[in-house]
Design a binder for this molecule. Structure first.
Ligand SMILES: [Zn+2]
Length: 495
C-alpha cells in the first residue's frame, strides 16, 4: 500500500478495539510518521507463527522436495482470520500434489483512490473497506451496535485505524470457554493512560500464549460473568503486593481502582463472547465500569477474612468463597449459579436468590451435604447487604444470630422441613406463618425487629423477601454446619 501513517498518543478514537491496537503500535513504533508496509510486515511477523509441524514443498529450481516449517495465524487471530497462505501453484509428483513454495501469509489493506471519512476516527483520507472477518466486533461505541448490522454499507477505515485494528489481535486478552471464546478489553479513554496500562500492567500479567488463552485469572468457567469476575480478582490481587508488577505499576493500578469517589472507574472492562466459526458469531458484549466499587468491596472482604478468621492468604480465601457455587454433573462442572452470583456482584445487584437456591437445591441435597465456605456469610450476606443493599447493620446482626440459632435448633430437632417451608414462603403472610410455626415447634423467640412489618411490605427498611432469603441462608447454613461438624463453633476449612 506504500502509505505513510502518523501515530500520535493524543489521537484516541474512543473505540476500545482500535485504541488498544493503537496503544500496541505506539509501544512498538513510537509517535511519528511510519510506513504502513513496515507496520504490516511487523504485525504479520508477530501474527503468523510456526505451528511446530513440518510440510514439504516442491522446489522448482532444484527439482527437489524440501521441508518447511508450517505456520498459521496465532490465536486468537486464527479464530477470525481464515486466510490461508499462498503456496504457489501445485506440482504433481508421484500421484501426490505439492505446493511450490512455503505458504506466504499476507493481509491486503487496499486503499481507495479518493478520500472519504474514516468510520472510526472521522478523519478524511484514503480508506479501505474493512472485512468483517478481520474486524468481527468493531462496534459503534456510542450505540453499541455492530458496524455491520442493519444492512449498512460496511465499515470504512483509514490506513491508521485499519492497521490498529489488526494490531488489536496482539493486544487483547482472551480465553476459550468450551466452544466459545471470550475476549477482554481493558479500556481507558485517554490513549497515553491506555498505553501505560498496556506496558506496565497488561503485558507483564499476560499468560504465555497457548491454546487456552492469555488472560490472567483466578478461575474460568463456560459463562461470561463468572469468567469476568475470575479475571478481575486476579487483577485486584496484584494491587496490595505482586511478584510480577513493579511497585510503580501497582501504585498506578491502585490509583485507577482505589479512587475515593464512588464514581465509575476511569478504566472499563469490555467482554465479548461468541462462537468462533467461518463468520464469528458474537453472542454478548458487556461493559463493566464499576470497578472502583468492586475493588472497594474486595478490600473490605480481605480485611474481614483476616480479622474474623486470621486468613493467612486472604485473597485465596475470597477466591474460594466466590468460586464455590458449582456442582459436578457427569464429567462436567455446572457453574450456572457461580455465573449468576458473579453477575449480581459485578452489577452490584442481589446475589441472594441464587445463593439460597444453590444452598437448598444443590448443597443440602448432596449425599454428604456441606455448608458454604467459611466467610461466605460475612462477605456475601453481612457485608454485601450493608454496603450494596444499604441494609441496617444492627438488623443484619440480629438476623444472622437468629438464623444460626434457628438452623441449629432445626438440626437438633430433626426439623429440616421447617427450613424448606421458610425458603418456600411465597408472600409475607406465609413468611410470618412459618415464623410462628418455628416459635412453637422449636421454642425459639423471633427477634422483635423481624416482626415489625413496615409500609410496602418492608422489614427494617428492606423488602421482606430479601429478609426471607437471608434468614433462609443463615439457618440452612447453620443446619448443615452443625450436621457436618457437630458442636464445634466453626468448621475446619477443607479443600
Ligand atoms: Zn481512522
Amino acid at each position: 500500500m506504500g502509505e505513510k501513517v502518523y501515530l500520535s498518543a493524543t489521537d484516541q478514537t474512543g473505540n476500545f478495539w482500535i485504541d488498544n491496537g493503537l496503544a500496541y503500535l505506539l509501544e512498538q513504533f513510537g509517535e511519528g510518521e511510519h510506513s504502513s508496509d513496515e507496520i504490516m510486515q511487523h504485525l504479520l511477523s508477530k501474527l503468523v507463527q510456526p505451528t511446530g509441524n513440518k510440510g514439504l514443498y516442491y522446489d522448482q529450481r532444484s527439482g527437489q522436495l524440501r521441508e518447511y516449517e508450517k505456520c498459521n495465524w496465532l490465536e486468537p487471530a486464527n479464530l477470525f482470520i481464515k486466510v490461508a497462505g499462498d503456496s504457489g501453484k501445485k506440482e504433481e509428483i508421484g500421484n501426490k500434489k505439492y505446493p511450490t513454495q512455503p505458504p506466504q501469509f499476507n493481509l491486503e489493506i487496499s486503499l481507495s483512490k479518493k478520500e472519504e471519512q474514516c468510520d472510526i476516527c472521522g478523519q478524511l483520507g484514503l480508506i479501505t473497506s474493512a472485512k468483517m472477518w478481520i474486524y468481527p466486533f468493531v462496534v459503534d461505541p456510542a450505540k453499541f451496535a455492530n458496524f455491520y448490522s442493519g444492512g449498512k454499507r460496511g465499515l470504512k477505515l483509514c490506513a491508521r485505524c485499519a492497521l490498529a485494528g489488526v494490531a488489536g489481535y496482539l493486544s487483547w486478552w482472551w480465553c476459550r470457554q468450551g466452544d466459545n471464546a471470550l475476549h477482554f478489553f481493558l479500556f481507558h479513554a485517554d490513549l497515553p493512560e491506555l498505553l501505560r496500562l498496556h506496558r506496565d500492567v497488561m503485558s507483564p500479567l499476560s499468560l504465555r500464549r497457548g491454546r487456552g488463552g492469555n488472560v490472567p485469572h483466578t478461575f474460568l468457567g463456560k459463562y461470561l460473568h463468572e469468567t469476568v469476575l475470575g479475571v478481575l480478582l486476579a487483577l485486584f490481587s496484584h494491587i496490595p503486593s505482586s511478584e510480577v508488577l513493579s511497585d510503580e505499576a501497582r501504585q498506578y493500578l491502585a490509583s485507577l481502582f482505589a479512587g475515593t469517589t464512588p464514581a465509575t472507574s476511569p478504566v472499563v472492562l469490555y467482554a465479548v463472547t461468541g462462537v468462533p466459526a467461518q463468520a464469528f458469531d458474537m453472542k454478548q458484549l458487556k461493559e463493566f465500569s464499576r470497578l472502583q466499587q468492586l475493588f472497594r468491596l474486595y478490600e473490605q472482604w480481605t480485611k474481614i477474612v483476616v480479622d474474623r478468621y486470621g486468613a493467612a492468604n486472604p485473597h485465596q480465601q475470597i477466591v474460594r468463597i466466590l468460586e464455590q457455587f458449582w456442582v459436578q454433573r457427569q464429567r462436567e462442572r455446572e457453574t450456572i449459579w457461580r455465573d449468576r452470583i458473579a453477575q449480581a456482584v459485578l452489577e452490584l445487584s442481589d446475589p441472594l436468590p441464587t445463593i439460597e437456591e444453590f444452598l437448598f437445591d444443590i448443597r443440602a441435597k448432596e449425599e454428604s451435604p456441606r455448608p458454604l465456605r467459611q466467610g461466605t456469610e460475612e462477605i456475601l450476606l453481612d457485608n454485601y447487604s450493608k454496603e450494596v443493599s444499604q441494609m441496617d447493620e444492627d438488623f443484619i446482626k440480629a438476623l444472622s444470630s437468629f438464623g444460626r440459632r434457628l438452623g441449629e435448633a432445626a438440626q437438633a430437632g430433626n426439623e429440616r422441613g421447617l427450613l424448606y417451608s421458610l425458603r418456600n414462603a411465597k408472600n409475607v403472610e406465609e413468611f410470618y406463618r412459618v415464623l410462628n410455626d418455628i416459635q412453637f415447634r422449636l421454642s425459639l423467640t423471633v427477634p422483635e425487629s423481624l416482626l415489625k412489618l413496615e409500609k410496602g411490605e418492608r422489614i427494617a427498611g428492606a423488602p421482606w423477601k430479601r429478609v426471607k432469603h437471608m434468614l433462609a441462608i443463615y439457618s440452612m447454613n447453620a443446619y448443615l454446619r452443625k450436621e457436618r461438624y457437630g458442636e464445634k463453633p466453626e468448621e475446619t476449612e477443607e479443600d
